[in-house]
Design a protein. Structure first.
Length: 334
C-alpha cells in the first residue's frame, strides 16, 4: 500500500463524513455511500449486477491500474464458490457488500449454507451482518481506515438487508459494534440476555417485549454485527492464556460485555446455528445458540426465541418448567 492509496482513502472518509446521513436500511445506506465514493473519484466502486461491470469483465480492466485505490464492491453472491471467486478476483482486498438477502430464495438470508461457513473460516475475511444503516456506515468507514489508511491485510464483508431500522450510535457504541457487539439499552439487571445480528435483531427485540409483557421477565438486548469477530478474538485470548499460564490473563470483548452477570444468553442469527455456536466455548453463563434450522427452517421467530429463553431459565431453576409448555401452547410456533 502506498502513500497515494492512504491519501485517497482519507479523502473518501472525509467525503463520507461531510455527507448528510438519514435513517435507512444497511442496503440503502451503503448504496448512498457508494454514490458519494463514485462522485469523489478516489475509490473503485464496482456494481456487480450491471452489464458493463460483470464479475467476468472487470478484473482485467482493474488489473491495468497499478495504483491501489479503496475498493467497494456491490454484488449478489449466494454461494461460497461465487464469493471465493470474487475474493480471488479482488486479490482478497476491499469491501465486499452482498445484497443477496433481499432476493427470493429457498435459503435463509438468500445464502447457501456453505457461504456463512466460508466467511467464518476464511482467515483474511472480516464478516459483518449489520442490523441498521448506522452500523453499516460505521463498518464501511472503519474498513476504509483499516485497510487503506492503516494498511491492514484482508477484506471486509457486509451482508445487506433493506429493512429500515433507526438506531443512532454513540461513539462508544460505534467502537463496540466494530468489535462485534454493543448493548442497545442502559445496563440494568435482567433475567436473560438476548443477542441478535442483522435482520434477526428485529425478532429478538419483539421477543424481549413478549418476555416482559407475557411473563414478567426482563431481558437485556445486544446487537452483534459480527459473531465471527467476537469468536476469533476470544479464541486468540484463550490461546494466549493457555501459552502463558503464569502471566496475567487476557480478556476479550465478548467476555468483557457479558462479565458480572450469570443470566442465560440467547444468541440469534439468520444464518445457520453454526455461526453462533462459535461463541459457546467463551460464554460462562448458560448459552443457547439459535439460527436457521435450529427450531424451524428459517431464522427463529420471536415466539421460538421466547420459548428458548424460558427453557433456559427453567433449566437454571429460575422459573417453573411448566411455563415452557404453556408458552409452546400459547404461541404460533410455525
Amino acid at each position: 500500500m502506498s502513500a497515494t492509496t492512504a491519501h485517497a482513502a482519507q479523502l473518501c472518509i472525509d467525503a463520507l463524513n461531510t455527507t448528510a446521513t438519514v435513517d435507512s436500511s444497511p442496503l440503502y445506506t451503503v448504496m448512498s455511500m457508494a454514490n458519494t465514493l463514485e462522485f469523489s473519484r478516489q475509490a473503485w466502486v464496482i456494481r456487480g449486477q450491471t452489464h458493463s461491470r460483470r464479475v467476468g469483465n472487470w478484473p482485467s480492466w482493474f488489473a491495468r491500474n497499478t495504483a491501489e485505490k479503496p475498493l467497494l464492491y456491490l454484488h449478489s453472491a449466494h454461494s461460497s464458490a461465487q464469493l471465493s471467486a470474487l475474493s480471488d478476483a479482488t486479490q482478497q482486498r476491499g469491501i465486499l457488500c452482498n445484497d443477496i438477502e433481499n432476493q427470493p430464495s429457498r435459503w435463509p438470508k438468500g445464502a447457501q449454507p456453505s457461504l456463512p461457513l466460508w466467511l467464518a473460516t476464511h482467515p483474511r475475511c472480516t464478516p459483518y451482518d449489520p442490523a441498521s444503516g448506522e452500523e453499516a456506515r460505521a463498518i464501511v468507514l472503519a474498513a476504509l481506515r483499516g485497510l487503506y489508511v492503516d494498511g491492514k491485510p484482508g477484506f471486509y464483508y457486509l451482508a445487506l438487508h433493506d429493512h429500515e431500522s433507526a438506531a443512532p450510535l454513540s461513539e462508544q457504541d460505534r467502537e463496540a459494534a466494530l468489535k462485534g457487539m454493543y448493548r442497545l439499552q442502559p445496563d440494568t439487571p435482567a433475567d436473560v440476555r438476548l443477542l441478535g445480528a442483522g435482520r434477526a435483531l428485529e425478532e429478538v427485540l419483539q421477543a424481549k417485549q413478549l418476555l416482559e409483557q407475557d411473563w414478567d421477565i426482563t431481558a437485556q438486548l445486544w446487537s452483534c454485527p459480527s459473531y465471527t469477530r467476537l469468536a476469533r478474538e476470544a479464541a486468540v485470548a484463550e490461546r494466549w492464556n493457555r501459552l502463558h499460564p503464569g502471566g496475567p490473563k487476557r480478556s476479550c470483548h465478548l467476555r468483557d460485555c457479558l462479565a458480572g452477570n450469570a443470566a442465560p444468553v440467547i444468541a440469534v442469527t439468520g444464518y445457520p446455528q453454526a455461526i453462533v455456536d462459535q461463541l459457546a466455548a467463551h460464554v460462562d453463563a448458560r448459552f443457547v445458540a439459535l439460527g436457521a434450522g435450529s427450531v424451524q427452517a428459517a431464522a427463529p421467530n420471536r415466539y421460538w426465541i421466547v420459548v428458548m429463553a424460558l427453557r433456559a431459565l427453567a433449566d437454571e431453576g429460575r422459573i417453573d418448567p411448566q411455563q415452557v409448555q404453556i408458552a409452546m401452547n400459547r404461541y404460533p410456533l410455525i
